[in-house]
Design a protein around this ligand. Structure first.
Ligand code: NDP
Ligand code: 8X3
Length: 268
């Protein structure tokens, strides 16, 4: 038999595993979908823009996904979250990996000048939405005695930057929730990882600046930011460690970033 055509569990380490990725329509979530497809996973993809998810299906199958199921989901809607998780087709219910990735920033303003609607959107999505999805999915993992929760944190959760207090607070909350969930799951085999990237070039800044692409582009000017694939790579690594190994936290930045405040920007 030709060794080049042989497929092994080593090159498809997630073969048959169901991975539920929230916020899979863009950026880090979409990159995770691709890397998990290559690893042979069955992909359960969620976002509000289900049309985008559907457009990804053919490519994800071609990349190696065993199966792909998409759902339109707004993680801020607790009833919708529970209804969608409870109503999954039976072949999709045994979720092995939950990637709590859906999230956003809105605005870059001093706390005393910030827009309350922006704050609420960030808190409702990044904190409450993450909790709703966790609450709906993790009981099944505990019952089945298997599972891995990966939450998207940020360098912003480790150090606040000026004008970003509320976004940074949501990511600090994510860190504390990940820690607490790990404590609460002690005694079960369910693992909890927080992946905390620095600046990643995605639609994140465009969303932060309410669609202002010029302002968004300036965020990445003069430096080499992380790409969504770099973060997906870290996530794939964390979920493919032996079952007794829990990667609690991965903090990663580009070489042009030291922390939330210090960047190496080239001016030429
Ligand atoms: P993108 O804007 O490219 O992607 C965000 C994703 O979240 C989209 O798929 C969007 O889908 C989804 N989303 C937003 N709100 C909701 C909602 N209410 N319900 C369901 N899905 C939602 O940004 P990133 O890929 O960069 O961000 C992904 C995660 O990574 C976020 O949690 C972010 O905070 C975090 N992060 C990002 C960093 C960066 O510099 N880019 C650095 C560190 C962490 P849709 O609009 O279709 O619903
Ligand atoms: C996103 C990274 O520094 O733009 O979490 O807030 S940052």
């Amino acid at each position: 038999m030709s060794t080049t055509s042989r497929t092994t569990t080593t090159d498809r380490p997630l073969r048959g595993k169901i991975a539920f990725i929230t916020g899979a329509s863009s950026g880090i979530g979409a990159a995770c979908a691709t890397s998990f497809a290559r690893a042979g996973a069955r992909l359960l993809l969620a976002a509000r823009r289900n049309d985008r998810l559907q457009d990804m299906v053919i490519d994800l199958r071609a990349a190696g996904a065993e199966d792909v199921h998409t759902v339109a989901l707004d993680v801020r809607d607790k009833k919708q979250v529970q209804t969608i998780v409870d109503g999954l087709p039976s072949s999709w219910q045994a979720i092995d990996i939950l990637i709590n990735n859906a999230g956003l920033s809105r605005g870059l303003e001093k706390v005393y000048e910030g827009k309350i609607d922006d704050w609420e959107e960030m808190i409702d999505t990044n904190v409450k939405g993450l909790l709703y999805v966790t609450r709906a999915v993790v009981p099944g993992m505990v019952r089945r005695g298997a599972g891995h929760v990966v939450n998207l944190g940020s360098t912003a959760g480790h150090m606040t930057y000026p004008n970003g207090a509320v976004y940074c607070a949501t990511k600090a909350a994510e860190n504390r929730i990940s820690e607490g969930l790990r404590e609460d799951l002690l005694g079960t085999p369910v693992r909890v990882t927080t992946i905390d990237p620095g600046m990643v070039e995605t639609e994140f800044s465009k969303v932060r600046f309410h669609g202002d692409e010029g302002r968004a582009a300036k965020v990445y000017q003069g430096l080499t930011p992380l790409q969504a694939e770099d973060v997906a790579d870290a996530i794939l690594w964390a979920v493919t460690r032996p079952a007794h190994v829990n990667i609690a936290q991965v903090l990663l930045t580009s070489v042009d970033q030291a922390n939330s405040l210090l960047f190496n920007r080239r001016t030429s």
